[in-house]
Design a protein around this ligand. Structure first.
Ligand code: C2E
Ligand code: MG
Ligand code: MG
Ligand code: MG
Length: 285
């Protein structure tokens, strides 16, 4: 997306501290333009959640899906989240996108239920800024009511950096959200600052091991992945579900199975697909 690409190139040339106070008029111009584009996209229903299956190691069955946003741009095709989510986070527009995602994800659960798949859960991604500045509890609570969905079918994926700032506040908010029976998943685990023992402080249900650890599992190498093994073992000791993301190869799956990792996500099984395609995957299994 050319405007965003240009914006990014410019952004890289300055330090983050000044991000919210652009020095040049031209920066303000681009920011306003792109925010207008994002608002139009929201109004025209161009944002869509795609769903990537989560698979259980033992049964081999799909047990849930992660909702991943795409921008179906009328002329530019499908724009992936990395092209606009960072910009949305930096400008605050993520609060609007985030609320949309909460509603879409929960609406989709009610659609799954209509098709008889009320044992399938859906997770959605919550960005840090959104967690701190939106009233996630109320947004989730009212969307669950509107769509007549039970909280236990929903999981929120948060990232480790949330556990570093405003710790007390984060714990309190998570406890409140958990009263809705919504599950909390720690996404991209192992890439941030938090230690495994620190995790005990937070009301978390599952850990998603970052793809970079899975990438490190190489074909036919006997060498143990110490850090990866430790994360899986400690996650299990803490009573958390452990999910590995970014599985692309059979040998990665076999290695993780040998370590008793329970749940998987990756192109090896499926990329993220449309709402209807995901329902077709459920039907065919
Ligand atoms: P994430 O939450 O860690 O999502 C996993 C990403 O890895 C997704 O990219 C997924 O398509 C990709 N992936 C899954 N399996 C494989 C694999 O086997 N190989 C490879 N190479 N990639 C795989 P995607 O959809 O482009 O999303 C990128 C990131 O954008 C997400 O990372 C998440 O941080 C963010 N994001 C996506 N949707 C949303 C959203 O609705 N809200 C927010 N706040 N962030 C979102
Ligand atoms: Mg995620
Ligand atoms: Mg992830
Ligand atoms: Mg990631």
């Amino acid at each position: 997306f050319s405007d965003i690409a240009m914006y990014k190139a410019k952004e890289q040339g300055r330090d983050n501290f000044n991000f919210f106070k652009p020095k040049l008029d031209v920066d303000i111009h681009y920011e306003v333009e792109i925010i207008n584009d994002l608002q139009k996209a929201l109004d025209n229903n161009e944002f869509k959640l795609y769903y990537q299956p989560k698979v259980d190691a033992i049964s081999g069955k799909i047990i849930g899906a992660e909702g991943l946003i795409r921008w179906e741009h009328p002329s530019k095709g499908i724009i992936p989240p990395n092209e606009f989510i960072p910009f949305a986070e930096n400008t605050g527009f993520i609060l609007k996108i985030g609320e949309f995602v909460i509603n879409e994800g929960i609406k989709y659960i009610s659609k799954l239920n209509l098709h008889g798949y009320d044992n399938i859960h859906v997770s959605i991604n919550i960005s840090n800024r959104q967690f701190q500045h939106s009233d996630i509890y109320n947004q989730v609570n009212s969307a669950l009511k509107v769509h007549m969905v039970k909280g236990k079918q929903l999981a929120l994926e948060i990232t480790e950096s949330l556990l570093v700032d405003n710790v007390e506040d984060t714990i309190e908010k998570l406890h409140k959200i958990k009263k809705l029976n919504v599950k909390i998943c720690m996404d991209d685990f192992g890439t941030g600052y938090s230690s495994l023992s620190y995790l005990k402080l937070f009301p978390i249900d599952s850990l998603k091991i970052d793809k970079s650890f899975v990438d490190d599992i190489k074909d036919n190498s006997n060498n143990e992945r110490i850090l990866l093994n430790t994360i899986i073992a400690m996650g299990q000791t803490l009573g958390l579900d452990v999910i590995a993301e970014g599985i692309e190869e059979g040998y990665q799956l076999r290695y993780l199975q040998s370590k008793n990792c329970q749940y998987y996500q990756g192109y090896y099984f499926s990329k993220a697909v449309t709402e209807d395609e995901f329902i077709a995957l459920l039907k065919n299994q």
